[in-house]
Design a protein around this ligand. Structure first.
Ligand SMILES: Cc1cc2nc3c(=O)[nH]c(=O)nc-3n(C[C@H](O)[C@H](O)[C@H](O)COP(=O)(O)OP(=O)(O)OC[C@H]3O[C@@H](n4cnc5c(N)ncnc54)[C@H](O)[C@@H]3O)c2cc1C
Length: 558
């Protein structure tokens, strides 16, 4: 049964139906004439086992009312739809004459992600801009439904088995549509029959490679990209990039496109931290935001197109720099890779709270790192900042400009040991910021976004459930540098030093290394792993692209 697209319109129902007729081969397009009918229609869809892919609400429904009115406006309806069908994409369309005033009224709600996009109703045939936005939203919807219709990968096994769950996680992060089939089902039987080996589960049918038995996530990764020891022993790459987050991917795209032989070694899924973000809203050029998975997938395809070789599933465990300036050797448990230059792009891992319900809401009310970008979305809401360092203090003060209240939650009995005095004074002075000491977050949840948190008093054990619509976690990030050689200079927290920050005894002829060069010639560092980096996608990809001219410059000296 085709998924449903629901148009909610009164005056423009017919033109919108015509506009969406191009989707009718693969979706059922239905119309309802009032906001109130949507919830019933959505429930009927769900009860009948139908999937509601998108709701399109025409603002002219509210011709005589305030769109943002909490009782009767469109926003209260949109809020209800989100609860009823959290996966459906919500599109608001506005006629040309109303667009300016509508967007003015809906701006705050849009910034907060209350609906997915506000578009101008097409004014003529073939408005491909409009349809590109619709198709992107439908594509995002397709990537988040439990059982996709297109299956690039088919797994046969027990869906609750830990390895199967881990395999699915890798596939989700790589943007590969897949489904788990029961071994007794016809598809399961077909795949088992196609496997030429001893019976074992899970089996994975990888579209282009046939059926493979996998005992680890790494084996599935290897099925896609091969093993390091499959690279010819005599091959010396111009550029080896360790880590495939935004910085490593940008270095790969620029390096390979400029003719450098380029290999990327990635321990997990391509995309890094950014790949785990459900929606990146502040990356240049994506006005409706882009999911981290989609961004990573596009960058991976772009890099591959220019000839980058990817190897995923192997942690780099060591690096032997070349003493003679010939080539460096990068070690993995699956073999070594040789390259004239190495770019360290292994990022940082934000420390997590380890509360599963909250991890799922990352990007939807739960945020890691600086609060700069999401702060505006917190307008009028109650938010909590977890952490007692300077970054937490700054985030709390910044958030207090927008949020109704900001609670700083810290396990310690005060901020004095971890935060600068000036920040503590500002926080004391700020009526909107409350400090809650001896407190930890132990649980939380919400239907589509964060709605509540359980806070426990670490002394008494007493638990209080409170309403919070935003939580910012600033409990530290650890650089991933354990594999680097001792002679590579790091700062006190273990981040890689570059440029003028490199200790002077490693400078050559009194000159510091180039801005992204480390203390070892031919080895560079970009993105979050670099001391002093901005910890943002744009900054990381900017550094990844900026390192390539420095790589060229170094290669010319060899
Ligand atoms: C949930 C979340 C949401 C975010 N949202 C935003 C946002 O909306 N906007 C924004 O600008 N920023 C956001 N950020 C921050 C942003 O994602 C990071 O700044 C950015 O990803 C850093 O890129 P990077 O390439 O330096 O490192 P990373 O993204 O950390 O990538 C490093 C990669 O290296 C790999 N790696 C590590 N060690 C090894 C090893 N030994 N061998 C092989 N591979 C290794 C890792 O598996 C990883 O894939 C978010 C971060 C998180 C966690």
């Amino acid at each position: 049964m085709n998924p449903v697209i629901l148009i909610v319109s009164e005056l423009n129902a017919q033109p919108l139906l015509v506009e969406f007729s191009r989707y009718q081969r693969e979706y059922e397009v239905r119309v309802v004439r009032s906001v109130g009918q949507v919830t019933d229609e959505a429930r009927q869809c769900t009860d009948a086992g139908r999937r509601l892919a998108m709701i399109i609400a025409d603002t002219s429904l509210c011709a005589t009312t305030d769109l943002a009115d909490p009782d009767i406006g469109l926003l209260s309806a949109v809020h209800e739809w989100r609860q009823t069908v959290p996966t459906a994409r919500l599109l608001v369309v506005s006629a040309f004459e109303r667009f300016l005033s509508d967007s003015e009224q809906l701006r705050t709600a849009q910034a907060r992600g209350k609906f997915d996009a506000l578009l101008l109703t097409p004014r003529g045939a073939r408005d491909e801009e409009f349809h590109t936005a619709v198709t992107e939203l439908l594509s995002d919807w397709g990537a988040t439904v439990v059982d996709p219709e297109v299956e690039a990968v088919r797994i046969v096994g027990d869906p609750d088995d830990l390895l199967t769950v881990q395999l699915r996680d890798l596939l989700v992060r790589m943007g590969m549509p897949h489904r788990v089939h029961d071994p007794e089902s016809p598809v399961g039987q077909e795949i088992i029959a196609a496997y030429d080996g001893p019976s074992t589960l899970p089996l994975v049918d990888v579209l282009t490679k046939g059926v493979v038995a996998v005992n680890s996530v790494r084996e599935l990764a290897a099925a896609f990209y091969g093993r390091p020891d499959q690279i010819d022993q005599d091959t010396v790459f111009d550029l080896c990039i360790v880590g495939a987050g935004p910085s490593g991917l940008a270095a790969a795209v620029y390096g390979a496109s400029e003719g450098l032989t380029t290999v990327v070694l990635e321990a997990e899924a391509i995309g890094g931290q950014a790949g785990t973000s459900s929606m990146i809203r502040n990356y240049l050029g994506f006005p409706r935001g882009i999911s981290g998975m989609r961004l990573a997938q596009r960058a991976r395809l772009q890099a591959t197109r220019f000839g980058t070789r990817f190897i995923t599933g192997w942690d780099v465990v060591g690096l032997t720099p070349s003493p003679e300036g010939e080539h460096h050797c990068v070690h993995t448990a699956g073999g070594d890779v040789r390259a004239r230059t190495v770019v360290i792009a292994t990022g940082a891992a934000y420390r997590k709270l380890a509360v599963p319900g909250l991890e799922e809401l990352t990007g939807r009310g739960v945020y890691y790192g600086s609060a700069m970008s999401a702060a505006r979305e917190m307008d009028g809401l109650d938010v909590v900042v977890v952490g007692g360092g300077n970054s937490a203090g700054q985030a709390a003060l910044h958030l207090a400009r927008f949020a109704r209240s900001v609670t700083i939650a810290v396990r310690r009995d005060g901020l004095h040991d971890t935060m600068s005095r000036y920040l503590i004074d500002e926080i004391d002075y700020n009526g909107r910021v409350e400090v809650r000491t001896c407190c930890e977050v132990i649980d939380g949840g919400g239907a589509a976004r964060l709605e509540w948190l359980d806070l426990r008093d670490v002394n008494t054990g007493e638990v209080e459930r409170r309403t919070f619509e935003g939580m910012f976690l600033l409990i530290g990030a650890d650089p991933r540098c354990e594999w680097l050689p001792d002679e590579l200079a790091l700062d006190g927290k273990g981040f890689v030093l570059t440029g003028r920050d490199v200790p002077q005894d490693a400078w050559v002829e009194g000159l510091p290394p180039e801005s992204l060069a480390t203390s070892i010639p031919g080895i560079f560092a970009v993105g979050d792993v670099r001391a002093g980096s901005m910890k943002r996608v744009a900054a990381a990809s900017g550094e990844g692209s900026s390192v390539v001219p420095l790589v060229h410059q170094y290669l010319e000296t060899l």
